[in-house]
Design a protein around this ligand. Structure first.
Ligand code: ARG
Length: 492
């Protein structure tokens, strides 16, 4: 047992150090002004996009100025577009600024500010195409961003579109020939089509729209303040100025890209430069990796604690007939958790259970994955306990040990050793399952790769890099587990 401790201890210290370090990295300074939490989906240039590790664009800049004028400190969070309105509606965020179109249906659930810009839905097609006007979209493979007005429009007037988490992924699918057209808001449609040489825009708009910011219906006072500031900014011409500034910036980036195309020939080197080095994009992977580690590490610990607890209750109930009520609760827990997908559990914990309280999302993920893993660990440990010969329990008892003593000193250590490979398996699964954290807008490793993908339209390198990092962690873990198993065997 001492040896076991010696192996585990240094590794634990190392992991704790990583975790604390990454917590420091992600935490931000405290300030006295109230916080204004803005949510957005930042693959929507020029309205919102990532650059040099920051979310910038027309929306962040307008909201930043509004926050300054009404005395708030702005915090920006990136999440999937289809979660944005829910986040405001459930009080998770104060304001949504994400090129959001005003629609009657949305007005029933949330409040809009005064509009700040006109927009339209445009159609992006390949250079060579038989789609010339909107009506030609009938029967074609059309890509849209999930939950956007493009999505609603195409579904209503044409056919079911192919829904992508963000517009850039749809554009990437169009580039690689998996779609015939992408329907997208004018601003980003111009940027995305200009950045991809094989694509063009149809001149005719599908429909005209108006953007506004979104607030919770309950926040009447805040809405009045924001409307006041926004109206003033519009009158001063500041809103138009910000819009022109970013449109000019898009043009500049386009020119830069064109120049590069001529001077670079080395495809892979170029690709590495664009996907990882430029704008410090590798930081999406580094930060994502730290979040993935943080979530997995604490979820594993939580899973083990829950798992052991449940397994002991279940076996005790089986063997002694005691703890009936606790046993029933455990059975319900196992059924519910193992009977539903972890993504759904994560979303329920985030949006329903912690719906109206402000909790750290990493913590939410740890709780969700911890509770989930606990169920599987419980059954693994229980099978370990059952694998120990009944005679051992009797022997322990006849030596004068109590039932708990026999359990802790005789049964559990052997059970643990027997199920070590199965436990290792469970932790590997857990690590990889955390890749759905992006659903609650956590920027874990997978999401980090997605953000790069949405900026570079390159599926290959970002996905391969993400896969290699997971693989490396799993291999390292398997190796450590092997050492642990060996040491345990020697101790026999
Ligand atoms: N205007 C469209 C809508 O309201 C799409 C907005 C998408 N915005 C974004 N940041 N991804 O549905």
């Amino acid at each position: 047992m001492k040896r076991l401790k010696n192996i585990i201890k240094p590794n634990l210290v190392l992991l704790f150090a990583t975790v604390i370090f990454s917590a420091l990295l992600t935490s931000c300074k405290e300030d006295s002004k109230p916080k204004l939490l803005m949510v957005t989906e930042a693959t929507f240039p020029p309205y919102e996009y990532h650059q040099n590790g920051k979310i910038i664009g027309i929306d962040p800049e307008i909201i930043q100025e509004i926050a300054r004028r009404i005395g708030y400190d702005l915090v920006i969070e990136d999440m999937s577009f289809d979660s944005i309105i829910t986040a405001v509606q459930t009080g998770k965020a104060d304001i949504a600024a994400s090129g959001i179109t005003v629609t009657e249906e949305r007005k029933q659930r949330i409040a809009f500010t005064v509009p700040y810009v006109m927009s339209e839905q445009l159609i992006i097609v390949p250079e060579k195409t038989d789609i010339r006007k909107p009506a030609d979209l009938k029967g074609k493979r059309i890509g849209v961003q999930h939950g956007s007005t493009s999505d609603l429009y195409v579904a209503k007037h044409f056919q079911n579109p192919q829904r992508f988490a963000n517009a850039a992924l749809g554009v990437a699918a169009l580039v690689s020939g998996k779609l015939d057209a992408v329907v997208l808001d004018g601003g980003p449609a111009k940027v995305h089509s200009a950045r991809n040489p094989g694509l063009k825009l149809l001149p005719e708009a599908l429909v005209h729209e108006e953007y506004a910011f979104v607030l919770n219906k309950k926040d009447k006072e805040l809405l009045t303040k924001i409307n006041g500031a926004l109206t003033a900014m519009k009158e001063e011409g500041l809103v138009d100025e910000i819009i022109r500034k970013y449109e000019a910036e898009m043009k500049r980036q386009e020119q830069e890209k064109k120049k590069e195309k001529q001077s670079f020939l080395n495809a892979l080197g170029d690709s590495i430069e664009i996907n990882f080095i430029r704008d410090k994009r590798y930081m999406f992977l580094v930060r994502g990796f730290l979040i993935t580690l943080q979530i997995s590490f604490f979820a594993v610990i939580m899973g083990i604690i829950i798992g052991f607890g449940v397994a002991i209750i279940r076996s005790t109930a089986d063997q002694t007939g005691k703890l009936k009520f606790a046993n029933t609760l455990c059975k319900i827990y196992l059924t519910v958790i193992r009977g539903t997908p972890v993504v759904v559990q994560l979303l329920i914990i985030y949006f329903v259970i912690f719906g109206s309280v402000d909790v750290d999302k990493v913590l939410v993920a740890i709780i969700a994955f911890g509770i989930n893993s606990g169920a599987y660990v419980a059954e693994i440990i229980r099978s370990g306990i059952m694998s120990i010969d009944k005679g051992q329990l009797e022997a322990g008892r006849s030596l004068g040990l109590s039932y708990p003593q026999t359990m802790f000193y005789i049964i559990l250590p052997q059970a643990f050793k027997n199920v070590l490979p199965a436990l290792g398996n469970e932790f590997i699964v857990l690590l990889k399952e955390t890749s759905v954290s992006g659903y609650i807008a956590l920027q874990d490793l997978t999401k980090g790769g997605d953000i790069i993908r949405s900026q570079t339209y390159d599926a290959f390198l970002p996905l391969i890099a993400v896969a290699l990092i997971y693989l490396a962690v799993v291999m390292l873990f398997t190796h450590l587990l092997g050492i642990l198993e060996g040491k345990l065997k020697k101790n026999e």
